[in-house]
Ligand binder design. Structure first.
Ligand code: F2R
Ligand code: MG
Ligand code: MG
Length: 349
């Protein structure tokens, strides 16, 4: 039976934390043999290791700030969200933040700052960041708003606090949209799911700024649409090697090289796959497969975990995995509170 909505909400945020914590082991690795991934995952079942042994990184730290801000300042308060990012960074700067974004977070801490979007706009000589830091924390936007337009609008704005390049904020909107559709059960029809993502990104990438950014970076006119078309081609193939996925979609720290990849991981693992244990359910397969790609594994697994968690629900996540990861209980609590907010009549369309 399809999971109920509350289970999907909890699965989305817990899946996101799990991907971050479990994926952290291989972040930056070039080659990750599948047996090393499976060894890492079997160690999670060892009860003598202690609870919360795998720590979360910037991905979860910022996702928690987004959730807290949305819970207290709906529909969206950019100053509140910016203040939470800065405070969190100040409290725990060692969570593995990107080397560029820490300059933004330091500037956001200033009480004299008038425009909270300005520090992000000054990044990389005024071009703004195209990193995946906006996308990695985007899942809560899908849990906060019922309308697809609001999910896209506010996830882009939330990302712009640190990522002013359109590749950065459009990647965040794509990730939020994928979680939004997954919550509605859209992964039951995978082809329709990917087609919906493509048509929504076509609208977003028509924008003049997006066109100029793509040109400046020597990319095709509709960079996300073209990656999503590649996802669709790979979905149609009987067998796809890890090397092909990396060369076609990427596994890097840029949003363009990781958000479509995370979406592919979820789609590819809707069915059992060679090399992955038969006892694994879909969420376990998705996280294992994301790790085997190497590169930005914590973030790709975090984003794939959120989309897959929204599809399979909380009951699909092994207790031993949940126990091994720092911050799972807090993520579960945030998801429950976002669900309560989502059910309130004032947020009906
Ligand atoms: N930072 C990491 N991993 C590095 C190793 C961390 C290690 N574990 C440790 O503890 O030391 N992971 C985290 O960063 C990613 C999200 O990054 P975010 O928030 O997008 O940061 P930033 O700095 O804005 O962008 C990341 C890098 O991308 C390149 N870049 C971005 N825009 C650029 C532009 N316009 N021109 C040129 N380069 C650009 C830069 O190299 C940035 O530093 C996640 O993986 C998270 O897990
Ligand atoms: Mg990280
Ligand atoms: Mg990462």
């Amino acid at each position: 039976a399809a999971p109920v909505m509350l289970s999907r909400f909890r699965g989305a945020l817990v899946g996101s934390v799990l991907g971050d914590c479990i994926g952290g082991e291989f972040e930056g690795a070039v080659d990750v043999p599948l047996d090393r991934v499976l060894q890492h995952l079997s160690a999670l079942e060892d009860e003598t290791r202690g609870d919360g042994i795998l720590q979360y990184s910037d991905d979860t730290a910022m996702m928690r700030c987004v959730s807290d801000s949305l819970l207290t300042r709906m529909p969206f308060d950019e100053r509140d969200m910016a203040r939470r990012f800065a405070k969190e960074y100040n409290l725990a700067p060692g969570r593995g933040y990107g080397s560029g974004v820490i300059q933004v977070l330091r500037k956001l801490a200033s009480p004299h700052l008038k425009d909270v979007f300005q520090p992000a706009q000054a990044q990389f000589g005024g071009r703004g960041s195209f990193g995946n830091g906006g996308a990695m924390r985007a899942a809560p936007f899908a849990l906060a708003y019922k309308s697809q337009a609001d999910v896209c609008r506010y996830s882009r704005l939330g990302a712009m606090l640190t990522h002013s390049c359109s590749l950065g904020y459009n990647g965040a909107a794509l990730q939020a949209l994928a979680v939004h559709l997954s919550l509605q059960g859209a992964l039951a029809l995978p082809k329709e799911f990917i087609n919906k993502l493509i048509s929504e990104m076509e609208e977003m990438e028509k924008d003049e700024t997006a066109q100029l950014d793509a040109k400046a970076l020597n990319l095709s006119d509709f960079p996300y649409c073209s990656r999503l078309h590649r996802v669709k081609e790979l979905m149609d193939r009987n067998s796809v090697s890890i090397e092909e996925v990396i060369s076609e979609l990427g596994n890097g720290i840029a949003a363009l090289q990781s958000v479509p990849t995370a979406i592919f991981c979820v789609l590819h693992c809707l069915e059992p796959r060679d090399g992955l244990p038969e006892r694994f359910g879909g969420l376990e397969r998705t996280i294992a497969y994301s790790l085997a790609l190497g590169g930005d594994t914590d973030t790709i697994a975090c984003m794939a975990g959120a989309i897959a968690g929204a599809h399979y629900g909380i009951d699909s996540i092994p207790q031993s995995w949940q126990k091994s990861c720092e911050g799972v209980e807090e993520a579960d609590d945030l998801a429950r509170r976002l669900y309560d907010l989502y059910c309130l009549p004032q947020f009906e369309e």
